[in-house]
Ligand binder design. Structure first.
Ligand code: FES
Ligand SMILES: [Fe+2]
Length: 606
């Protein structure tokens, strides 16, 4: 029988209504005594990584919290098996990168919020007149979530339970109200601080406890936003979908016609006639994979335009009059832009897919432009547009992860059982032509996916990097294997949440965006007021008509005006209701079925 396995660590979040707090469902496929032994054996490398992570925490505590460091260092030394060999080859270190966790504008000063990276809860806050802070969301006193607390007038973060206060930059405990100041403050009373900065309107966290002033030039920002005349329109949403699949989705123009029924992605796609040139170069925080194609329509291109395109781009699409460019830059960034012959662009669609956890993404979209930078559409309207767009394919990604994450778990368990075949034994060979090393094991994407489109060349290159590095994501398999440990002899199956949860805009978006929340509440109130007004007006009109008919004094013109006014009020109420509905679950399977019929507007069935 399937059992829903819950990640207890996610309960009680200050944003516990968001999708990020909702666990993937998983069920064990096999049971038995043998299975129990096997699971115990299989957790070895995971413990090793956990110990490695723990050591990072300990390094920090050693510097700032001496008591804690001594007791916990010995614990870590025990946790790390003496048979472990130091890593011989450089591996991607997911902890030593910057990740966007929220838009600064959406985090009011003085109001702590919980965010997630690698299935670890983190409290972030903006301090008036000071920089932002981030700490592991756990009070050292009795483990309550610090995100439930408040900022003191001195800019410290105070736990809501017993009032301990912490310096957000160092984690040092600054006050224990129940004792005289400083009387019992020691290493054990430290919270765990994480580097946190604000750049380009985003709050970035470096999830490596103990890192001292990590370089910020590895932040994968958008150079254009540092130039005058550029601006952005910003969107955020949490998805109960793995960040790997969201990354691939936003680097994949082939799905535009089918999932979104729009040809606007088509100029970024490749074709046999216009192949994609894929190159890899060092990025700021890992490899940068770039796909370039002539920026003309391919699948939806009209016959009459072909000669014109050939004149512009040549027979093989090598010329570069307008080049549509897709870039993936590790660890979480994708950008789309079209460059003219002089290499300039005026509009960039930028994405960040932050790894909130196994099967969880915090997703950012930024429309970045230097066209009419003074103009911004109402953000709530922009959000409705993007939510509608994203709903069209997000549930497809949820179905994908039931396969990819289960395969990852299987590969992880297999490699753990046979360390010589594990992802710790990396191949040094480079993937052909990509410059990206090929993982020796895992190979989830290489095994599962069947790439055939010329556009897929970019995804193939990204997939090689993912196969190599995704098994190294901190805590990657911890939750799924912990929650399914008893009696499991084969990898747990992974089940995504139901459609209504995956596509729930309220928990995934509205609660994160003050502009959308304000629009939602305003439209709800407007609906109520307008409905009441329309009802009262209708009742008055009926009463008037009845009375006036009896007395013979009916003024038809007046009655008509009244009826029109009531109809307008009812229409406005319906409009307000329609707006409010855009901030909750709205994209049903029926709606999708209707949308899919539009595919043939662009490509004929064969
Ligand atoms: S749990 Fe935070 S002060 Fe007690
Ligand atoms: Fe999409």
């Amino acid at each position: 029988m399937a059992s829903i396995l819950r990640d207890a660590a996610h309960q009680g979040s200050s944003q516990s209504q968001t999708n990020l707090s909702k666990p993937l469902a998983a069920r064990p496929r096999g049971r038995g005594v043998r299975g129990i032994c096997r699971v115990v054996d299989l957790v070895g490398p995971q413990q090793q990584r956990a110990a490695s992570d723990r050591q990072a925490v300990l390094r920090f505590k050693q510097e700032d919290c001496s008591e804690a460091s001594q007791s916990e260092s010995s614990a870590a030394a025990e946790a790390v098996s003496p048979t472990l060999q130091p890593e011989e080859k450089p591996q991607y270190n997911w902890r030593e990168q910057w990740y966007p966790v929220h838009y600064a504008r959406d985090v009011p000063e003085g109001e702590p919020q919980r965010v997630w990276l690698f299935d670890e809860p983190i409290v972030i806050a903006r301090r008036p007149g000071k920089g932002p802070i981030a700490l592991l969301d756990r009070c050292p006193h009795r483990a309550a979530a610090l995100s439930e607390g408040r900022m003191t007038s001195s800019g410290d973060l105070q736990c809501a339970y017993h009032g301990w206060s912490f310096n957000g930059e160092t984690g040092d405990c600054t006050n224990i109200p129940q004792v005289s100041h400083g009387g019992t403050i020691s290493g054990r009373t430290c919270a765990t601080a994480l580097p946190c900065v604000e750049r380009q309107g985003l709050l970035w966290v470096y999830p490596s406890p103990g890192a001292q002033d990590p370089p910020t030039d590895s932040i994968v920002g958008l150079p254009e936003l540092d130039e005058p005349g550029w601006t952005s329109d910003d969107f955020i949403r949490d998805f109960p979908v793995d960040f790997t699949l969201v990354l691939e989705n936003v680097a994949d123009p082939d799905h535009g016609i089918f999932a979104h029924q729009t040809p606007i992605f088509d100029s970024f796609a490749a074709s046999a006639e216009y192949p994609m040139q894929v190159t890899t170069e060092p990025g700021r925080a890992g490899p940068k994979v770039i796909g370039r194609v002539p920026g003309v329509l391919k699948m939806t291109r009209k016959e009459k335009d072909k000669e014109k395109d050939k004149a512009m781009f040549g027979e093989q699409g090598k010329a570069t009059d307008v080049v549509a460019t897709l870039e993936f830059e590790a660890p979480t960034h994708v950008r789309w832009s079209r460059y003219d012959a002089s290499g300039k662009t005026s509009f960039i669609t930028a994405f960040y897919c932050s790894p909130a956890g196994f099967g969880k993404t915090r997703f950012f979209t930024r429309y970045v432009r230097n066209i009419a930078p003074q103009f911004h559409p109402p953000r709530w309207l922009f959000n409705i547009f993007l939510n509608q767009f994203l709903d069209q394919d997000t549930y497809l990604l949820a179905t994908q992860q039931e396969v990819t994450l289960a395969a990852e778990l299987a590969a992880h368990m297999a490699s753990s059982a046979s360390p010589e075949n594990g992802h710790d034994s990396h191949s040094s060979s480079a993937a052909e032509g990509s410059g990206i090393p090929t993982g020796a094991t895992g190979l989830t994407r290489r095994r599962i996916f069947c790439h055939r489109s010329p556009t897929d060349n970019l995804l193939v290159a990204m997939g090689r990097w993912m196969d190599e590095t995704i098994p190294l994501v901190p805590n990657r398999y911890r939750t799924a294997l912990q929650t399914s440990a008893a009696g499991v002899e084969s990898p747990p199956a992974v089940w995504s949440a139901p459609r209504a949860e995956v596509l729930d805009r309220y928990s995934g978006h509205t609660v994160l965006c003050p502009d959308s929340m304000a629009a939602y509440k305003t439209s709800q109130r407007a609906q109520s007021v307008l409905s009441v007004a329309a009802g009262l007006g209708s009742a008055a009109a009926v009463s008037y008509a009845a009375a006036a008919t009896t007395t013979g004094s009916l003024q038809a013109g007046l009655l008509a005006k009244c009826v029109i006014a009531c109809a307008l009020l009812a229409g406005a109420a319906a409009g307000a209701k329609a707006v409010a509905s855009q901030f909750v679950y709205v994209y049903t399977r029926d709606k999708q079925t209707k949308d899919l019929k539009r595919i043939t507007n662009f490509v004929a069935d064969k």
